[in-house]
Every structure is written in C-alpha cells, then in structure tokens.
Write a protein that binds this ligand. Structure first.
Ligand SMILES: [Zn+2]
Length: 226
C-alpha cells in the first residue's frame, strides 16, 4: 500500500501502528497529522507510562525548524510541581506544548491571558488543566496557616474547590479538592468570553485531568465531577 493511501485510511479508522515504515520521519510526527490533539497527548502519556518514550523532536534539526515560529498543538495549564513536567509525561518535543505553570495550576489573570494568547494567536484547539496527586498547593489551601502565608494569592484562587471539598471526610478531602480544583480552574477558562465562543462552536476543547504520581498516568476528570 502506498504511503499516502495508507494515511488516508488512518484518518478513517484511527489506526496508528500501520504508519510504521511509511517514511523516515519519527512515528510521533507522522501520527500527529491523523490524530486529535487529545489523542496525541494521551498516546504520548501511554508511551511514558510504558517506558517507551519516543523522545522525538528534541534535536538540533527541530530546534532549527522552530526558529521561524511555533505551532503547538495543545496548551497545558499545570502545577509547578517538579514531578509533573508536561513535556516529559506526555513525551512531547520542542514546539509541541504551550505550557502555563503555577503552583496549584490556578488560573489567575496572567495565566488566563497566556492561554488566550495561545488559542487566539497560535490557533491551539485543546487546553488541558492538569492537577496531580499529593499537590502541596492544594494541601496548603486545605490547611492555611502562617507557615504557608506566601501562597495567599494562590490559595485565594482555590477557594471554590476548597469549599466544595470541605463537605468530604478527611480521607477523601484532599483527593476531592485536587480533582475539583483542576475542574474549576478549567471552568474559569471556559467562561472567558474569547474562549467560550470557541468552545461552543466546537473549535476549542477544554479538559481537566489528573496526573498519577505512582503510575505516570494522566486520567481525564469526568464532566459530572461538580
Ligand atoms: Zn501541585
């Protein structure tokens, strides 16, 4: 089967494995053209979980290719936690992810503006807000004290999630607060007028997810979480 015909087939069935052998380009670059941004992210995460990372697009040639501009395929709003680095856990190279990082993945004005820039000027069609296990910022928001006073502005941005989680018994409180926080930060983005119209038209997808520290898996959070 010719390469072009094979790729056309992939558009229909979404099969990825058959791409191998079509060209000398790395597999992740070939599949990029035929998969949705979300599928591309999750496949990269699956490679990371299996320990079969492609490490594609991290070489000098890719660097040169990007000098003239960037065309990332997803925005990730992630916690600053050193254990949840998006490019690594999604196995993506240079120029593929537009990343906004702040403790607790809070969407304040500057984070919101960064996301809007990527959507409006870089034409990104997927935004993922990514929480994670054992988040220190969420823990601080659940138990604010003088010891974490430096996080005051971040904790303030988390209050809606903390209030919702307060109804839970202590063993579930942190778990629920982590999920609710990611979900509510994603909702903040979805309510921005410039993004809301794109979500409604189907041009933009905004999802919330959670990174599992022990397994490396990224799991999408359900719509009915709230
Ligand atoms: Zn965190």
């Amino acid at each position: 089967m010719k390469c072009s015909r094979r790729i056309a087939l992939l558009n229909v069935v979404g099969a990825i494995a058959a791409v191998a052998g079509c060209a000398t380009r790395p597999l992740t670059r070939m599949t990029a053209a035929v998969t949705s941004p979300l599928a591309r992210l999750m496949r990269g995460n699956a490679r990371f979980v299996r320990g079969k990372m492609a490490h594609a697009d991290v070489d000098a040639a890719r660097r040169t290719e990007l000098v003239s501009g960037q065309h990332p395929f997803a925005v990730i709003v992630a916690c600053s936690d050193s254990r949840s680095s998006p490019a690594i856990i999604f196995d993506q190279g240079l120029g593929q992810l537009f990343v906004v990082r702040v403790a607790g993945e809070v969407v304040d004005d500057t984070a919101a503006e960064s996301v809007q820039y990527a959507v409006e000027h870089l034409h990104v069609h997927l935004v993922m807000v990514l929480g994670h296990d054992d988040c220190g910022a969420v823990k601080a928001a659940l138990n604010p004290s003088a010891a974490n006073a430096e996080l005051a502005a971040i904790i303030k941005q988390m209050q809606p999630a903390i209030k919702e989680a307060d109804a839970e018994s202590p063993p579930n409180r942190l778990n629920r607060a982590i999920n609710l926080n990611a979900k509510l930060q994603a909702q903040k983005l979805a309510r921005l007028p410039a993004l809301e119209k794109r979500v409604r038209s189907g041009e933009l997808k905004i999802v919330a997810a959670r990174y599992k520290l022990a397994t490396g898996q990224v799991q999408l959070l359900p719509d009915n979480l709230l």
